[in-house]
Design a protein around this ligand. Sequence first.
Ligand SMILES: C[S@@+](CC[C@H](N)C(=O)[O-])C[C@H]1O[C@@H](n2cnc3c(N)ncnc32)[C@H](O)[C@@H]1O
Ligand code: SF4
Ligand code: SF4
Length: 375
Amino acid sequence: MGFIKDAYTIFRIGARTVSNTYLKSSRPSHVSIAVTNRCNSRCIYCETYLCDFSKELTTQQMISIIDEISRDGSCYITLTGGEPFMRQDIFDIIKHCYKRNLIVNIPTNGLKIHNFNAGQINTIVKCVRNIQLSIDSADTKENDFIRGVDGSLDLAIQGVKRLKDGGFDKIGILTVISRYNYKKLKGLLYLTRDLGLKRIRFQPVGINSNYPSIAPLKDKREVLIRGKQIDELRDTLSEYIRLENRLGLTTNLKFLKTWIGPYFKFIESEKFFMKEVNRCFRCIYPATALFIDSNGRLQPCQFLNNVGSGLKEVVYNWRHNKKLNEIRKSLKKGNFFQECRRCMCTFEFSSTYQPFSKSQPPLLISKVRQKIKDS
Ligand SMILES: C[S@@+](CC[C@H](N)C(=O)[O-])C[C@H]1O[C@@H](n2cnc3c(N)ncnc32)[C@H](O)[C@@H]1O
Ligand code: SF4
Ligand code: SF4
């Protein structure tokens, strides 16, 4: 049953993405809503605590957005933040997504999960497709330092156990690679295996603001990997790829190895980062996905600033918003924006859609480019 459900989910998302890209169907294949900017962590690379919390959407506003999205036929929703579990009504929101037949994904720092009661765990078991848990180190002190909270590793581990004991095991780890943890990624592979999980994904630290309406943290560059450290990281990745196989884990390490060197090399360069790092990729995020910030404004993606309110007729706005359509046109021509210069989304997105990039990246991608050009 689980297998059939998984296959069906993948089919729905794939079909929606392909039809959006090639057939000009205009429904978002994926919707992300930042349900809050509040957070109980202070990660060194995240400026969430500087955000304005005063205009957070009410439960009713959230529900009407969810209704509209599902009415329009989208199928996949990410409830992000801030920390999504900071919202008192998050379980009502999750239940409503499920009721409306949406596939729910939740990224979380995991700090609150150990305290969830049986009803809350049951809601997760029934209504959530995937929980993406952020852990940056298997070393307690290191993780606490990066995530800015004492006991964060321990709480996240307790959270995994609570979920697993309650019958939920669709948990993947997400680790941000920075200069503070790049030497010790091996420990995270073992931790994933020891927790009885199968998936861990890595992404390099980004120095954009995570919230485009505010400036990035001043000292974000301090967390970057530089010079010889980049080669060191690349060399150790080969070792980790072998370990991944031995431990029976699924990771994105093979793919990451192909671009993480240039990513860190060019991230501080004044040159147009995306073109230098990988000319082959195209960003299809604003054309295929819908992002709503915690104040209900429509954003082209996580990093580009809002293009107006998304509160009413959100999918209609997504389709017809003038600024958004200009952004799409520009990206289609391969013209990126300043914000994209330090964005790793393109890689992220491409790695999600492996068929575009797995076996022979340049060949496959040039075919994709041609198709987009011809369309
Ligand atoms: C913005 S958070 C929201 C969900 C939740 N608060 C959490 O930390 O999982 C989503 C993911 O983005 C990661 N992240 C935050 N800032 C980042 C940055 N500057 N570069 C790369 N990843 C970042 C977090 O570690 C987390 O895994
Ligand atoms: S990355 Fe997530 S947990 Fe960390 S401060 Fe940002 S929103 Fe909070
Ligand atoms: S490449 Fe640019 S448009 Fe695409 S997701 Fe990144 S910041 Fe947004």
